[in-house]
Design a protein around this ligand. Structure first.
Ligand SMILES: [Zn+2]
Length: 76
C-alpha cells in the first residue's frame, strides 16, 4: 500500500482509496504520476454536475411557481 498526496487538501491518502478521507476528493481517476488529467476531470465533473443540479432545481421551482400562478389566476 503506497501513499499519495491529495491534490485538494495535500493530505496523505492511500493509492487504493476511492476518495480522500479528509476532504472527499475523488482519488480513483488519479493514476500514479499522471494526476493532472484526473484532477482536472474531477474538478470539471464536479462543476458540471453541480451546474446541472442547480439547473434542474431552478427549472422545477420555476415550473411549480408558474403552475401555482396559473392555478391562482384560474381560481380567482
Ligand atoms: Zn483531501
Amino acid at each position: 500500500m503506497a501513499l499519495t498526496t491529495c491534490p485538494d487538501c495535500a493530505g496523505q491518502v492511500s493509492d487504493k482509496a476511492i476518495a480522500c478521507p479528509a476532504c472527499g476528493y475523488p482519488m480513483m481517476q488519479t493514476k500514479g504520476k499522471s494526476a493532472w488529467p484526473g484532477m482536472l476531470g474531477g474538478v470539471a465533473g464536479t462543476y458540471i454536475s453541480a451546474q446541472a443540479v442547480v439547473s434542474i432545481v431552478l427549472g422545477s421551482v420555476m415550473m411549480f411557481a408558474f403552475a401555482a400562478i396559473m392555478i391562482a389566476a384560474i381560481v380567482s
